[in-house]
Design a binder for this molecule. Structure first.
Ligand code: DGT
Ligand code: MG
Ligand code: MG
Length: 301
């Protein structure tokens, strides 16, 4: 049969008709071979091979495009809009639910970093696949969940998020990366809290507040907040000072099952993983000592 088929010359449309008519496995196989070996096939070899280095942590970071404009356009509270922060975390939760080989995520401001375990084989570790799938799911989730967090604010235009991939070979590099993002959260939040206190409560113009804070250290900003506005920065909510960490926690649950021998109901403990948000320090050792499974990822997720 295949000998006869190979003698037939026809275009793709005609081949499709043959498949429909005969619905025959051999015909389908023949067509697949024919199409795959078209003269255009060579263009595939121009694609970049972009597999991430093996045995390294893969981080995908997404960041809102021009979010200063987006925040203004949608009247976000300054310096922090808690609904905006919660929406970001809802999106990150979606991403972690979809990508089960993610160990944790860390978010602050308009960005989220997602950590894939070292051994992940998701998308054959292809950088472009990982980055674009994460960024597009994050962006679509942002629009999808918007009404839950901003029921009275019309979404004026579609937001977008850029994405990048960074590879870290050692656990220490990974910890340093996350510490860098959390330190950035702290530095920006302290500055923004002081800046907007000076503007909103102190009556300074944006330019005057900027000049006032220029060249100041953390201690100076803490002092301005405390002595001029009665704000103890240390008592600001952790979600603002530390950002948000999403991790998979093991939850032990009592469930009732039917004993297959006695056919009687019995109670057993089942362990399942649940994605949880925490707002704590991840720069010190405590977090890593309390969650040792995060770095020891073989066989997890
Ligand atoms: P990009 O990322 O280069 O496209 O530009 P932006 O404008 O997104 O800049 P970026 O990512 O460095 O900084 C984040 C901006 O988002 C920053 O201007 C403040 C704004 N933003 C983030 N979260 C909030 C919030 O909760 N409230 C307000 N009012 N603004 C926020
Ligand atoms: Mg941005
Ligand atoms: Mg940003």
């Amino acid at each position: 049969m295949s000998t006869t088929l190979k003698r037939v010359k026809c275009n793709a449309k005609q081949l499709n008709i043959i498949t429909t008519l005969f619905n025959c496995k051999a015909v389908c196989k023949y067509i697949a071979t024919k199409m795959a070996n078209s003269k255009y096939e060579y263009v595939r070899h121009f694609e970049k091979h972009d597999s991430c280095l093996p045995n390294c942590w893969i981080i995908v970071r997404v960041d809102g495009k021009a979010f200063h404009r987006f925040a203004d356009a949608h009247a976000f509270t300054k310096p922090n809009d808690v609904n905006g922060i919660k929406l970001m975390t809802r999106c990150a939760h979606n991403v972690m639910t979809e990508f089960t080989e993610m160990v944790l995520a860390y978010g602050q401001s308009d960005e989220y970093s997602f950590v894939f375990k070292k051994e992940t084989q998701a998308y054959k570790r292809r950088e472009s696949k990982l980055m674009t799938n994460v960024a597009s799911l994050f962006a679509s989730s942002y629009v999808f969940h918007w009404p839950e967090f901003f029921p009275n604010v019309k979404l004026l235009y579609p937001p977008s998020f850029d994405g990048r991939v960074v590879i870290y070979p050692s656990d220490q590099n990974l910890r340093d990366y996350l510490s860098w993002r959390q330190a950035d959260c702290h530095i920006n939040n302290l500055y923004n809290t002081a800046f907007w206190a000076l503007v909103q409560e102190g009556g300074l113009s944006n330019k005057e507040a900027q000049t006032r804070l220029s060249g100041t250290f953390s201690s100076n900003k803490n002092e301005i907040l405390f002595s001029e506005f009665g704000i103890n920065y240390n008592q600001e909510p952790e979600i603002l000072k530390k950002g948000t960490i999403l991790l998979r926690k093991e939850i032990a649950e009592e469930v009732t099952i039917t004993d297959h021998k006695t056919k009687e109901p019995k109670s057993v403990t089942k362990v399942r993983k649940k994605i949880e948000a925490v707002n704590c320090d991840l720069i010190g050792d405590t977090f890593w000592v309390e969650h040792p499974y995060l770095l020891n990822t073989v066989g997890t997720c």
